[in-house]
Design a protein around this ligand. Structure first.
Ligand SMILES: Nc1ncnc2c1ncn2[C@@H]1O[C@H](COP(=O)(O)OP(=O)(O)OP(=O)(O)O)[C@@H](O)[C@H]1O
Length: 260
């Protein structure tokens, strides 16, 4: 373990320690170790089938490594319970237009784990949901069915869902897939601004090398199997602070461009 862990901006947010993963007989991840430090922006790149989504699913506890260990905020994933500290936007395909949930319902679902799913919303939870809708400038869409929105609008809904708990770590799996180039550019400027000005650590899978390299640089910090990790550290002392200095949704709104 890094001796700098938990000091200032060097806290290890994700620690991947010699993990292996196979689907039946097919090995996808083969002895991978990697650390994500507080406020890093990690761009995860690899060809189709290299194992990017599999790795993210292991980080958020949806899959278990065959061998090795992953720790979140120092805690083994298996015993980690503070899931509200993590926002996850999974890879998505175009939603069925008949998908019945409204924007508000999708964003609200980010507040719940399986156990609390059917509890009534408290006033505080309703207000968190309103804040996330407001931050992403989608409050006017709150009662629309998500399946009937444009790709760019849906993307902001899923980001609002991931932001509803003010997470310290945001994990995005190809968030701009299926979105036009202009909207992708605006989305990335928003993500970048969030990284520079709010206390959030990012792991983002992307195939857009131009976009990643313009922010992070062209040299990966690590290559392993078909995976490459590009990392931008943001460890200047003025950027360090307690992790409860998470963004205010009102500030965030100022950074969100109108994407559609
Ligand atoms: N549920 C599954 N059962 C069996 N094999 C799987 C399963 N999910 C993924 N795979 C295989 O594991 C490999 C890694 O898949 P993964 O989705 O992690 O790749 P990826 O790097 O995210 O790819 P892409 O860029 O296409 O999204 C692929 O060969 C895929 O076919």
């Amino acid at each position: 373990m890094d001796t700098n862990a938990r000091s200032g901006c060097h806290q290890q947010i994700v620690t991947i320690d010699d993990i292996f993963f196979s689907y039946e007989n097919k090995t996808v991840i083969d002895g991978l170790s990697f650390s994500v430090l507080e406020r890093d922006f990690v761009g995860l790149v690899g060809s189709n089938g290299a194992g990017k989504t599999t790795l993210l699913k292991m980080i958020v506890g949806l899959l278990k490594p065959t061998r090795g260990e992953i720790r979140l905020f120092g805690e083994p994933v298996g015993s980690f319970r503070d899931w509200e500290r993590i926002g996850y936007v999974p890879q998505k395909n175009a939603l069925n237009p008949l998908f019945p949930a409204t924007v508000r319902e999708v964003v609200t679902s980010g507040l719940f784990n399986k156990k609390s799913m059917f509890r009534r919303l408290t006033a505080a939870q309703r207000s968190k949901c309103d804040d996330a809708l407001y931050a992403m400038r989608i409050e006017d869409l709150a009662d629309r069915r998500i399946g009937q929105l444009s790709g760019g609008q849906q993307q902001r809904v899923f980001l609002a869902r991931a932001l509803v708990n003010n997470p310290e770590l945001l994990i995005l799996d190809e968030p701009t897939v299926g979105i036009d180039a202009e909207t992708q550019g605006a989305f990335f400027r928003m993500i970048r601004h969030m990284h520079e000005h709010h206390h959030i650590t990012f792991i983002m899978v992307s195939h857009d090398m131009d976009m990643l390299q313009s922010y992070i640089g062209s040299e990966p910090k690590q290559r392993r199997g078909g995976l490459s990790f590009y990392v931008k550290h943001t460890h200047a002392p003025e950027n360090c602070g307690e992790t409860d200095l998470v963004h205010s949704m009102h500030q965030l709104r100022e950074t969100v461009e109108v994407l559609t």
